[in-house]
Design a protein around this ligand. Structure first.
Ligand SMILES: *[C@@H]1O[C@H](CO)[C@@H](O)[C@H](O)[C@H]1NC(C)=O
Ligand SMILES: *[C@@H]1O[C@H](CO)[C@@H](O)[C@H](O)[C@H]1NC(C)=O
Ligand SMILES: *[C@@H]1O[C@H](CO)[C@@H](O)[C@H](O)[C@H]1NC(C)=O
Ligand SMILES: *[C@@H]1O[C@H](CO)[C@@H](O)[C@H](O)[C@H]1NC(C)=O
Ligand SMILES: *[C@@H]1O[C@H](CO)[C@@H](O)[C@H](O)[C@H]1NC(C)=O
Ligand SMILES: *[C@@H]1O[C@H](CO)[C@@H](O)[C@H](O)[C@H]1NC(C)=O
Ligand SMILES: *[C@@H]1O[C@H](CO)[C@@H](O)[C@H](O)[C@H]1NC(C)=O
Ligand SMILES: *[C@@H]1O[C@H](CO)[C@@H](O)[C@H](O)[C@H]1NC(C)=O
Ligand SMILES: *[C@@H]1O[C@H](CO)[C@@H](O)[C@H](O)[C@H]1NC(C)=O
Ligand SMILES: *[C@@H]1O[C@H](CO)[C@@H](O)[C@H](O)[C@H]1NC(C)=O
Ligand SMILES: *[C@@H]1O[C@H](CO)[C@@H](O)[C@H](O)[C@H]1NC(C)=O
Length: 529
């Protein structure tokens, strides 16, 4: 039997290292239990073909003679992507010598962003044993026309953030900013105007943040929060100076949003040329929810965004109760408080949203993820979702911090993610005691960790940590001493930003650092001013 397996080794000239790469076309291979050849090099099954069989298995290769983290991409197409959660396919990497499946994921119609049979990539991440025969398999469960176009295997690329992850890059301070809080009473609200989120677009930075006290706080919000809205400013000098603000999102007239919109994240969707802002909202119902606002066009400063008619789009506990139900989860089913949302990306029509959760009775915090096409309906499970917490106390208890022995690390709060190479890099805060800020000196640890994973479906415990977290620590031990941290990209450059707060003098500043050549020893001790 002749195998028309196309494989090659390519030399990557930039780094002068050999990067291994394999490519297989299923139509040129004998390893199928169902279906037929499609257009010479592909393989197809229809609803008439035998179900519960391997559409493709093999090729029993020993050419993947490396142990480095690797990725296999299956190029698959479907005829019908109508909403239906039935599992149609399972993709797997199998070690044929050990008869052991190294990794696998299930695929439903919901995981396809396209119909009419066109290739969409489904990736799996694995490390294998040199000398063992590997299989890259596609199992067909049933019920659709499916085409398998090709399979490729590549070594993972850490991206340019791989250096800072290893401490082999430096951080250069590029700006410090204060967003003054007007009309503040002299108590803790003097530092209310925080919640910043920097979004670079076309050489300009937009900073979205919360602004309180722009009008008198209604009596029904007393004891909840000051009346707060979202505004945006722009900068052409990396935040050294900022324009006057424009309003993005306002409190509404309903009990769920008549006090505040705050602590959210913007996203510019270049496919539809429109802005989205997903905020925490609260009203005299005293319950945190998520509210969505949007505006078409590329200028976020041309007038307030339109509130979604379905607001609040997420009510407290709505996503966490689904994420944490079932066994083996890294979060409590009584978790609620979906907050500090971040819109990470839009892929195949899905927006990926992360958010924190808090369970006060159990004193546990976590960060989770869901996907949505319309900001109204959310999936918590799917091909590229963990159906579990991304981060929990499991991930931070081992950090080099003398945690409060009564609580240890309670879990994660606000988090910020950016993609570099094949990895998602996640900068996330972790406190002990409680997820609320304890602003008395020397009582509460509140530090930032840096983790990464090539897939958003990695659960708590599966994210790779820097050599020894935490990555950032406030010079003075205050709860919320570091706040509203972000990690973001502008062109080829990466930046970290965060508020540094000294509750001793009631002062704060937002610092922004650029990742530059050099060295960093973690933890970076960050001090005010
Ligand atoms: C078959 O392959 C050719 C050449 O790659 C391509 O142009 C064509 O679109 C393919 N047809 C289908 C139905 O995928
Ligand atoms: C892997 O295989 C290729 C070609 O078969 C060979 O050139 C290379 O030296 C091998 N690498 C290792 C680490 O064995
Ligand atoms: C697409 O799939 C849905 C759900 O399985 C099914 O109800 C519908 O009839 C299918 N449509 C076509 C055109 O096959
Ligand atoms: C491999 O394992 C599966 C179950 O995991 C079993 O059904 C199959 O018989 C095994 N194959 C071999 C060759 O041992
Ligand atoms: C795929 O689905 C089957 C059936 O629901 C389930 O038993 C299995 O654990 C799933 N596999 C993965 C990797 O999620
Ligand atoms: C199905 O695919 C079509 C185009 O191929 C796309 O426009 C549509 O948004 C997809 N629908 C879903 C629910 O994925
Ligand atoms: C930057 O902000 C200023 C002041 O609000 C505004 O006039 C200008 O249009 C903004 N520029 C852009 C490109 O958004
Ligand atoms: C709330 O009601 C006031 C008075 O009816 C109106 O002026 C304002 O536009 C409303 N705000 C929103 C966000 O609907
Ligand atoms: C939108 O941006 C993404 C990521 O920067 C890019 O890959 C994609 O091609 C862009 N799409 C359009 C329609 O400009
Ligand atoms: C852990 O932190 C202490 C200071 O708190 C430091 O002296 C020690 O070197 C750190 N350990 C490692 C392995 O980084
Ligand atoms: C605190 O901020 C105020 C106003 O910006 C400034 O005048 C003062 O010097 C700052 N104090 C410290 C200790 O930084």
């Amino acid at each position: 039997m002749i195998l028309y397996v196309v494989t090659w080794l390519s030399l990557s000239l930039c780094y002068c290292v050999t990067a291994l790469q394999l490519e297989y076309f299923p139509g040129t291979q004998p390893y199928h239990q169902t279906g037929s050849r499609f257009n010479n090099t592909g393989w197809i099954t229809t609803t008439q073909d035998a179900s519960e069989r391997y559409l493709t298995y093999g090729p029993y290769t020993t050419e993947w003679n490396t142990t480095v983290p690797s990725r296999v991409d299956f190029y698959l197409g479907i005829d019908n992507n109508t909403t239906d959660p039935l599992i149609l396919l399972t993709v797997e990497v199998n070690d044929a010598d050990m008869n052991y499946t190294l990794t696998s994921r299930n695929i439903s119609r919901l995981d396809f962003g396209y119909n009419n049979i066109q290739p969409q990539i489904f990736s799996l991440y694995f490390s294998s044993t040199i000398g063992h025969r590997l299989e890259f398999r596609v199992f067909y469960h049933c019920c659709s026309t499916i085409v398998h176009y090709k399979t490729t295997v590549n070594e993972l690329d850490g991206g340019s953030l791989v250096d800072i992850f290893a401490g082999q890059a430096g951080l250069e301070l590029v700006s410090s900013s204060v967003f003054p809080t007007p009309h503040a009473d002299p108590s803790s609200t003097a530092m209310w105007n925080v919640g910043t989120y920097i979004k670079p677009i076309n050489g300009r930075w937009y900073v979205f943040y919360r602004e309180g006290f722009y009008a008198p706080t209604p009596d029904f919000c007393n004891g909840i929060v000051p009346l707060t809205r979202i505004v945006v400013r722009n900068s052409t000098d990396f935040g050294k100076s900022w324009s006057e603000p424009a309003v993005v999102a306002l409190p509404g007239n309903s009990t769920f949003d008549n006090c505040a919109a705050l602590d959210g994240a913007p996203f510019f969707d270049n496919e539809t040329s429109s802005w989205h802002y997903l905020a925490q909202c609260i009203g005299n119902n005293r319950r945190w929810s998520l509210c969505h606002y949007s505006r078409s066009g590329s200028d976020p400063m041309s007038g307030p965004f339109t509130p979604n008619l379905h607001n609040p789009v997420v009510q407290g506990g709505q996503l966490w109760s689904r994420i944490c139900s079932g066994t083996g989860k890294h979060c409590t089913s009584t978790m609620y408080d979906e907050g500090t949302p971040e819109i990470i990306q839009k892929v195949n029509g899905w927006f990926y949203i992360t958010f924190h959760g808090w369970d006060a009775p159990n004193n546990k915090a976590a960060r989770g993820i869901a996907r949505t096409r319309d900001f109204v309906n959310y999936d918590v499970a799917g091909y590229d979702l963990p159906n579990d917490a991304l981060f929990s106390s499991l991930d931070c208890n081992g950090w080099n911090i003398t945690w409060n022995p009564k609580s240890l690390c309670v879990g994660g709060g606000e988090g910020s993610m950016v993609k570099s190479g094949d990895y998602y890099y996640h900068l996330i805060e972790a406190p002990d005691g409680t997820l609320n800020c304890d602003v008395t000196l020397d009582e509460q640890n509140w530090v930032l960790g840096l983790l990464r994973s090539p897939t958003l479906s990695a659960r708590s415990g599966e994210w790779e940590q820097i050599h020894y977290n935490p990555a950032f620590k406030p010079a003075k031990k205050y709860g919320c001493g570091l706040q509203y941290h972000r990690i973001f990209r502008d062109g080829d450059d990466f930046f970290f930003s965060m508020f540094v707060i000294d509750f001793g003098v009631n002062n704060l500043t937002m610092k922004v650092w650029k990742v530059v050549p050099g060295k960093t020893s973690f933890p970076v001790i960050v001090s005010y001013p």
